[in-house]
Design a protein around this ligand. Structure first.
Ligand code: CDP
Ligand code: CDP
Length: 226
C-alpha cells in the first residue's frame, strides 16, 4: 500500500502531537494537528473580545477565518488570516477557553470539513479527539493514546513550568481532568475511542517506544510504511 491515513485520538497530554509528528516524519506523511485549529479559532475570538458563549458571533467569525497549517523547523506553524499564532495559541487563556468553544456544533462542522479536505489525498497523520470516530471514520489505522492523569499532568508541567511559575502540578492535573471531562461529555463528536481503534496506554512508555509500536501497526495491520 502506498499512502494511507492514520487517526490518533486521546486526552490532553497523552503524547498525540509529539508522536503523530514523529510517525508522519518517519513515513514521509503530512502531520495535521486539529487541536491547533480549535486553539486558533479560540485565539481569534478572544482577540475580537468575544467569549465562547456568544455563539452567533463566534460562528460568523469562524466562517470568515483563514486557518493555515505549515510545517516549521520546530514543529507545525499555525497562521490565522496571515498572522503567525503558533506560540500564542498555547497560552493559558486559550487553553482554558478552547473546550467551551469546541462544544459549538457549527464550529466543529466548519473545522471538520477543512480537516477532511486536508486528508482527502491520503498520507496524513491527524491527531485530535474525534478523528477516528467522526472526521476520518475510514482511516486505515486508528490509535487511541492514553496515560494516567497524573503522568499526563507531569508531562505538561515539565513543558510549562518556566512560563507559568504560578501553577502547581496539582492545579495542572485538575485543569487537564476538567478539560477531558468537557471533551468527553459534549454532545457533538465527543472525545471517544472509536470501536476499531487500537488502545495504547503510554503511562510507562517512552516516546520512541510508542512511535515504534505505531510503525509496527502500519506494517502489520495496513501493510504500509517502511
Ligand atoms: O495539546 P492538548 O492535548 O492540550 O490539546 P489540543 O490537542 O491542542 O486540543 C485543544 C482542545 O481542542 C481540546 O481540549 C478539545 O476541546 C479541542 N479539540 C476538539 O474538540 N477536537 C479535536 N479534534 C481536537 C481538539
Ligand atoms: O498532544 P498531546 O496533548 O496528547 O501530548 P503532547 O503535547 O504530544 O505531549 C505532552 C508532553 O509529554 C510532551 O512534552 C512530550 O514530550 C511528553 N511525552 C512523554 O514524555 N512520553 C510519552 N510517551 C509521550 C509524550
Amino acid at each position: 500500500m502506498d499512502k494511507f491515513n492514520i487517526a490518533i485520538d486521546g486526552p490532553a497530554g497523552a503524547g498525540k502531537s509529539t508522536i503523530a509528528r514523529l510517525v508522519a516524519n518517519a513515513l514521509g506523511f503530512v502531520y495535521v494537528d486539529t487541536g491547533a485549529m480549535y486553539r486558533a479559532v479560540t485565539w481569534r475570538i478572544l482577540r475580537a473580545g468575544l467569549t465562547p458563549e456568544q455563539q452567533a458571533e463566534v460562528i460568523a467569525l469562524t466562517e470568515r477565518m483563514d486557518i493555515r497549517l505549515a510545517p516549521g523547523e520546530n514543529g507545525q506553524q499555525v497562521f490565522v488570516d496571515g498572522n503567525d499564532v503558533t506560540t500564542d495559541i498555547r497560552s493559558a487563556e486559550v487553553t482554558n477557553n478552547v473546550s467551551p468553544l469546541a462544544r459549538i456544533a457549527e464550529v466543529r462542522r466548519i473545522l471538520t470539513v477543512k480537516q477532511q479536505q486536508m486528508a482527502a489525498a491520503k498520507g496524513v497523520v491527524m491527531d485530535g479527539r474525534d478523528i477516528g470516530s467522526h472526521v476520518l471514520p475510514d482511516a486505515e489505522l486508528k490509535v487511541f493514546l492514553t496515560a494516567s492523569a497524573r503522568v499526563r499532568a507531569e508531562r505538561r508541567f515539565q513543558e510549562i513550568k518556566d512560563e507559568r511559575t504560578d501553577v502547581t502540578l496539582r492545579q495542572l492535573e485538575q485543569e487537564i481532568v476538567a478539560r477531558d471531562r468537557m471533551d468527553e461529555q459534549r454532545e457533538t463528536a465527543p472525545l471517544i475511542q472509536a470501536s476499531d481503534a487500537i488502545l495504547l496506554d503510554t503511562t510507562a512508555m517512552t516516546i520512541l517506544e510508542v512511535v515504534d509500536r505505531i510503525l509496527d501497526l502500519c506494517r502489520t495491520k495496513v501493510g504500509g510504511g517502511k
